[in-house]
Structure formats: structure tokens, C-alpha cells
Design a protein around this ligand. Structure first.
Ligand SMILES: *[C@@H]1O[C@H](CO)[C@@H](O)[C@H](O)[C@H]1NC(C)=O
Ligand SMILES: *[C@@H]1O[C@H](CO)[C@@H](O)[C@H](O)[C@H]1NC(C)=O
Ligand SMILES: *[C@@H]1O[C@H](CO)[C@@H](O)[C@H](O)[C@H]1NC(C)=O
Ligand SMILES: *[C@@H]1O[C@H](CO)[C@@H](O)[C@H](O)[C@H]1NC(C)=O
Ligand SMILES: [Zn+2]
Length: 493
């Protein structure tokens, strides 16, 4: 009798209404998923980047919504972006989990050293071959594995990867005001109300161009930057409210981070500016192609036979300028081994910028410095059903965000430079059962349940009558096998 009860309990546990609680109540217009696996037990994921949000920007401003998000979820002390600490390269690391020398999006500027052509940030968005250099962003991997992905304004959104684009997307117009709070809300409504709720997307990346622009223009210590952080904070509140209004809070994980920080440019008259044309012995006629006047870093392609001369001249050129032959770049920067990198790489110390012919740079704030510089570190917050509550964790590198996102979405990740082990502590323990593979939490629990049931049944059988000898071996064991077999089948989609 007890045996039969156990069998009945296991079957009950396996029924669709228990295994996939969201399917019946889902408010979306479209069918949640194709396929037969209980996929809707997997939660949705929203990745948000606030460009240039430094790790400590919430320390001199009241940020009630970011604080609440911290209490409701996980906050890291800070995160370490990849070098070069600029927008397109660092965002592509978030999307691929690869260091910049491995994903190939080495700069915001696309260039051709033969034709001397350069494309600035916005125009590079449409150069497929620039982004599609061997690493697949998570949208494409998600789509290939049966999920629905979207992206709004995130760097890399417009490009095609191995013939495939992120299916749901919005790319900003050419001259877009990145600071309009009304627009921000319209975009949040679109992502949450339309894409997640109505169209039932599984993953969306959402980008805001602030507080980067304000940090550049007024400096990170300015009242304008603090005001922009208040706007970011209100928006975080609006995002969470909007998710709540659509009853998505308990099945939407939200990660908020950034691509880099910001530091104050030293600008008074006693600061010895770095201007290459002023360095004794340096001659632009020795240079075939240059990428300068772009914050604190630069790259040079010297003319044939001139590399050693240019290198030696620049080495002694300025106490706050560091020049490396590409192959001698410090290994920890992972910015050496890619054909797009030019033979000489120049890095200025914190607070300095690198000028070519004249000092043309007027920004009060800059980024692009060594990723060890504390002012280059972004913030990181996460909240949602799979994250611990009110947990503060130590710093980690942003290459690790990708394997975390793949785990949350149940995706088999592409080759990457991160590790789930770094962020595993942030997750609620149930999710940990799944380790790196694709299994659903629900199924993991069921397997555990069936094992316990099987064990109890065996104990029962062994300790009761001989007369049950014929039946005792088959029933419990076969149940366990069935459960495992089914769980395994459902994990491959
Ligand atoms: C640069 O331009 C040259 C000449 O037009 C062309 O042969 C080469 O393929 C281009 N390289 C890249 C990376 O676009
Ligand atoms: C990446 O780009 C470089 C230079 O532009 C090119 O030589 C290389 O073949 C590309 N690799 C892949 C996998 O697309
Ligand atoms: C901000 O965006 C809204 C909605 O797109 C628009 O109506 C408004 O004119 C914009 N405000 C500014 C100052 O550009
Ligand atoms: C100028 O900047 C330097 C370097 O940060 C600083 O030591 C000095 O006090 C500043 N001088 C003035 C007049 O602000
Ligand atoms: Zn940026």
C-alpha cells in the first residue's frame, strides 16, 4: 500500500501542472514556448548597462531605488572591466565572456590602415565584419538554442553574426540624445511591457548612454553627474515597478552593470600635457597610421623600419606615458594577441590624455585607462528569483557575467574566458544543483524527490514481508529510472 502511494505521489509530482507552474497562468499573448519541455520554469533575464556608471557613484547621491535593489538582491563591491576600458569593446565582453584580444572588437573606432579610413562609434555598429570576428554574442546563442532574444540600443545590436541578427531589436538613430528621461521610460515600457510581457522574450539587453556623457562633459565629481545618477536611480525604480505591474517580478532576473567608470582629467596649467608632436625626436613622418586624440590611449603603425626608433623616442617621451610593443603588453590586460591591434600601444597614467599634434581634448572626465585604476571599475547589481537577497559579494571580472547569464537562461555557453564558479555564490541554492548543464531546477528537485521515494520504498520493502519479494525490486527502481530518463530527455532542447 505504501508503495503504491509512493508511486502515486511521484506521478502527481510529474504532472505538468506541478512541473511547469507558469504555463497555465501565463499572461502573455503568445504561446510561452514551442517544444514539449517544461521550459517556462526557467526565468527570464534582463541585462542593463548604464554606460560609465562608476562603482562608487551611489556614495555621494541619495539612490533609494538602487539601495532597495541591493537589499532585495546581490551587489558587488565593484567589477573589473576588460582592458581597453571603453564602450564597444567592454560591452562585447559582457555579451561574449571573452577578453578583448579574443573577441576582436578592439576599439570604439573602426579603422583601415591602408586607406586611412576611420569610422566613429555609431557608424561601426553597421560593420558586420567588425563585430563578427569569431565570438557569438549571447543573443545568437540563445536563439540557436530555442530562446527568444532582444536588444535595445546595446552596442553590437545592429550587426549580423554568422548570418544571424538578434531577432527583436531597436537601434538608436544617428544623432540620438542619450539623456532624455521620457525616452528612457518609453524604452523601458517597450522592453518590459511589449517584449517580455506580450512577446514573451527570454532575454533582453538594454543600454542607456548615461551617466557616461555627463561624466565626460562635466567630470565625475560634478553636480551634473550627481543629478544624472539620480535620473539613473529613478529609472531603476521605474524598471522594477514596471516589471511588478506586469507580474513579472518573480520570474524576471535583472542584472545592472556598466562598461567602465570615469576619472577626472587633470587640466590646470601646472599639468604637463602629453602631446606627441612636442616629444623631442618624435616625427609624424615616421608614422604610417595613428589612432590618437581618443582619451588616454592610442595606437601607432610606424612606417617600415621605423618601429624601433619611434618606440625608443616615446619610451622616454613623458613621465606619464607608457608605450608598449604590442607583443610586450602586460599579459593581465589581455590586449596583445589580435591582428587588429597596431604594433605600438600607448597608455597614459590616470588623469592624463594622449594628444597627437595639439591638445584638442576638452573632456573633464575620461575612461580608457588601465583596468586596475579604481576609477575605471563599474558597479554591479542583480535581483530576481534566482538571486540571493541582501547579499554583498567581492569584486570580480566582467568576463564572468556571460557564464552567469548562460546559466540563468539554461544555455550551453560558447567558449569564453569567464567562469560560473566566480558568481555561483550569488545564486539561491536550488539553482546550484544544476551546475553547468541545462537541467531545469524543477527536474533536479524531482530527481531528488524520486531518489528519496525510491530509498524509502526499498527500506520499506526490505523491512517488511517476504511475500512482497517479487515486486520489491522492480517498482521503486524503475520509477527512479523513468524519472531520470525523462529529466534527461527534457534537458536537451
Ligand atoms: C582596407 O582597405 C584595403 C584597400 O581597400 C583592403 O584591401 C583591405 O581589405 C581593407 N581592410 C579591412 C580590414 O577592411
Ligand atoms: C578577425 O579579424 C581579423 C582582422 O580583421 C581577420 O584577420 C580574422 O580572420 C578575423 N577572424 C575571424 C574568425 O573572423
Ligand atoms: C524627450 O523625449 C520625448 C519623447 O520621445 C520627446 O517628446 C521630448 O521632446 C524629448 N525632450 C527633449 C528635451 O528632447
Ligand atoms: C593642478 O593639478 C595638480 C595635479 O593634480 C595639483 O597638484 C595642483 O594642486 C593643481 N593646481 C591648481 C592651482 O589647481
Ligand atoms: Zn562607455
Amino acid at each position: 500500500m505504501l508503495l503504491l502511494n509512493l508511486v502515486f505521489l511521484c506521478q502527481l509530482a510529474l504532472s505538468p501542472s506541478v512541473a511547469a507552474p507558469y504555463q497555465g497562468t501565463h499572461p502573455g499573448l503568445n504561446a510561452p514556448h514551442t517544444g514539449s519541455s517544461p521550459r517556462s520554469s526557467r526565468n527570464k533575464l534582463l541585462l542593463i548597462s548604464f554606460d560609465g556608471f562608476r562603482w562608487d557613484y551611489d556614495r555621494d547621491v541619495d539612490t533609494p531605488y538602487l539601495d532597495k535593489m541591493g537589499r532585495d538582491g546581490v551587489r558587488a563591491a565593484y567589477v573589473t572591466p576588460p582592458y581597453l576600458t571603453i564602450t564597444s569593446p567592454s560591452h562585447f565582453t559582457l555579451l561574449t565572456g571573452r577578453y578583448i584580444e579574443n573577441h576582436g572588437v578592439i576599439h570604439n573606432v573602426w579603422f583601415n590602415t591602408t586607406t586611412q579610413e576611420k569610422k566613429q562609434y555609431y557608424m561601426t555598429q553597421f560593420v558586420d565584419s567588425y563585430w563578427d570576428n569569431g565570438s557569438l554574442p549571447i543573443w545568437i546563442t540563445a536563439q540557436r538554442q530555442g530562446l527568444k532574444a532582444g536588444s535595445l540600443h546595446f552596442p553590437g545590436t545592429a550587426a549580423t553574426y554568422k548570418g544571424e541578427r538578434v531577432k527583436v531589436s531597436q537601434v538608436e538613430p544617428r544623432f540620438y540624445e542619450h539623456n532624455n528621461e521620457t525616452d528612457w521610460r518609453i524604452n523601458v515600457d517597450k522592453v518590459i511591457g511589449q517584449w517580455f510581457y506580450e512577446e514573451d522574450l527570454d532575454f533582453v539587453s538594454l543600454y542607456f548612454g548615461e551617466p557616461d556623457s555627463t561624466g565626460h562633459k562635466y567630470g565625475p565629481d560634478s553636480p551634473e553627474r550627481r543629478e544624472m545618477v539620480r535620473q539613473v536611480d529613478r529609472t531603476v525604480g521605474y524598471i522594477r515597478d514596471t516589471a511588478q505591474r506586469h507580474s513579472l517580478s518573480d520570474r524576471l532576473n535583472i542584472i545592472i552593470t556598466a562598461d567602465h567608470g570615469m576619472t577626472t582629467v587633470l587640466q590646470n596649467n601646472s599639468v604637463d600635457k602629453i602631446t606627441l608632436s612636442k616629444i623631442p625626436g618624435f616625427d609624424f613622418r615616421d608614422i604610417e597610421f595613428q589612432l590618437l586624440d581618443y582619451g588616454p590611449t592610442g595606437m601607432l603603425l610606424p612606417k617600415e623600419g621605423m618601429l624601433e626608433k619611434v618606440y625608443q623616442v616615446l619610451r622616454r617621451g613623458h613621465p606619464h606615458l607608457h608605450v608598449y610593443k604590442k607583443e610586450d603588453m602586460p599579459g593581465r590586460l589581455h590586449y596583445s594577441n589580435h591582428p587588429r591591434l597596431l604594433p605600438l600601444i600607448l597608455i597614459a597614467d590616470q588623469g592624463y590624455v594622449l594628444n597627437g599634434f595639439f591638445p584638442v581634448q576638452t573632456n573633464k572626465g575620461e575612461h580608457g585607462y588601465d583596468n586596475q585604476v579604481m576609477d575605471m571599475k563599474p558597479f554591479f547589481r542583480a535581483v530576481g528569483p534566482d538571486f540571493q537577497k541582501n547579499l554583498a559579494v567581492g569584486p570580480f571580472e566582467t568576463v564572468n557575467v556571460y557564464p552567469l547569464m548562460c546559466h540563468l537562461l539554461g544555455l550551453t555557453p560558447e567558449v569564453n574566458d569567464g567562469s560560473l564558479e566566480v558568481t555561483r555564490q550569488m545564486l539561491i541554492t536550488n539553482k546550484d544543483l544544476g551546475s553547468n548543464d541545462n537541467r531545469d531546477v524543477q527536474w533536479e528537485l524531482l530527481i531528488g524527490l524520486s531518489a528519496v521515494a525510491g530509498f524509502l520504498a526499498v527500506v520499506f520493502v526490505v523491512t517488511t514481508a517476504y511475500t512482497m519479494l517479487n515486486r520489491r525490486k522492480q517498482r521503486p527502481d524503475s520509477i527512479t529510472e523513468d524519472l531520470n530518463g525523462e529529466a534527461y530527455e527534457n534537458s536537451t532542447f
